[in-house]
Design a protein around this ligand. Structure first.
Ligand code: ZN
Ligand code: ZN
Ligand code: ZN
Length: 370
């Protein structure tokens, strides 16, 4: 798997005339060689020259963390008194164009730029890796399915009333969701949004000390990274379900029904060859029939893989057709300030056989009177 990825990366580098790829913290590195750099002040950087062996420059005492991968890369541990920037500068030789990982700390990029000649061209690694990462291989889809199954079970517990809501703070419910995500095969929780009542009108609301009341919506949007064998990258989950604590006002139920229809129609429209923005439009058109279009204030979805948000983005302006293996969220919502809001989100894979929804948890607005 990793050797194949390295081959594809080198082909992309050649096509874009990139002389060396430099990857540090962030998702490109684990995707490419299975190693996740520690986000610390000591530099870890994989140097992939257009020709010749790749080298992982890493603090000497972190070398034991690395799973070696045959001749995919060699390891260059550096001692506490060595200068890792000089080592990387040396490995890149007289390279003309350097592609740097998007998440690389500015301090390392700035220091590196000082060591290279002014003629060096600096580009982002995204140009090399994003299109490759956006097309999932079968084993990646399996891991995304495993991730989705894990959070589906948490959603099922929420629907079954196993997670008390009324009388607890959003933060307490968020903490419980987090514990359950970890218990369901995840190594890390990326977020556990709990937004109750009027707070549901804020899409990225932070779980607060607001106490959940009876008779209101509770929007839960949560996800994390799957636990995988040492040296293998984890994949992300991301799901949103809304529950209602007690009887649902007719007006809210009507709006939710439109949202549920919009989400289902958008999933069905996520067919290979369809422009990403057209899928967004399907959901937007359905919500506009219900008078809710102006309250759907974000794009329909984002790609997902080793990173929570990555290509492709389902948004107006992205005319790129969906490809087999693209994995992305479909998450329309409506947000009415100071009143209420709702969102419904699944992860979907575009396949030759049609859209494959990985999340299967109940999509209804379930009344949970606990
Ligand atoms: Zn979001
Ligand atoms: Zn989400
Ligand atoms: Zn999402």
């Amino acid at each position: 798997m990793f050797a194949r990825r390295m081959d594809r990366v080198r082909q992309a580098m050649a096509a874009q005339q990139v002389d060396a790829l430099l990857l540090s913290v962030g998702p490109d590195l684990p995707w490419l060689i299975g190693y996740e750099a520690m986000p610390l002040e000591r530099l870890t950087m994989l140097v992939v020259p257009a020709q010749g062996q790749a080298t992982l420059v890493i603090p000497g005492f972190e070398v034991p963390r690395v799973v070696e991968r045959g001749d995919l890369f060699t390891i260059r541990g550096w001692g506490e008194t060595e200068d890792p920037i000089a080592i990387v500068a040396d490995l890149t030789g007289a390279a003309g164009t350097l592609a740097v990982g998007d998440h690389t700390w500015a301090r390392f990029v700035v220091d590196l730029q000082h060591t290279k000649s002014d003629a060096t061209r600096w580009v982002r690694s995204t140009g090399v890796t994003a299109a490759l990462r956006a097309v999932k291989e079968p084993e990646e889809v399996e891991r995304l399915q495993k991730a989705a199954d894990g959070v589906d079970r948490v959603a099922a517990a929420l629907h079954a009333g196993e997670i008390p809501l009324v009388g607890r703070t959003e933060a307490e419910v968020s903490a419980e969701l987090s514990r359950r995500i970890l218990a369901e095969g995840h190594v890390r929780v990326n977020f556990a949004i709990v937004a109750s009542g009027p707070n549901a009108a804020s899409p990225h609301h932070h779980a607060s000390d607001r106490v959940i009341q009876r008779g209101e919506v509770v929007l839960c949007d949560f996800g994390g990274v799957t636990a995988e064998p040492h040296g293998e990258p984890g994949y992300c989950s991301d799901i949103t379900r809304c529950v209602h604590t007690g009887p649902v006002p007719a007006e809210f139920q009507e709006a939710y029904d439109a949202l549920q229809a919009a989400q289902a129609q958008a999933v069905a429209a996520a067919v290979v060859g369809t422009p990403a923005e057209a899928v967004d439009k399907v959901a937007r058109d359905r919500l506009s029939q219900a008078g809710l279009a102006e309250y759907f204030i974000h794009r329909l979805g984002h790609g997902i893989g080793v990173e929570e948000h990555e290509d492709p983005y389902l948004v107006s302006g992205n005319g790129a057709p969906l490809e087999p293996g693209n994995a992305f969220s479909i998450e329309p919502g409506f947000y009415i300030p100071n009143r209420w809001g709702a969102r419904l989100e699944d992860i979907v894979v575009a396949t030759e056989q049609g859209p494959l929804a990985l999340n299967k948890a109940n999509h209804d607005l379930v009344v949970v009177d606990v």
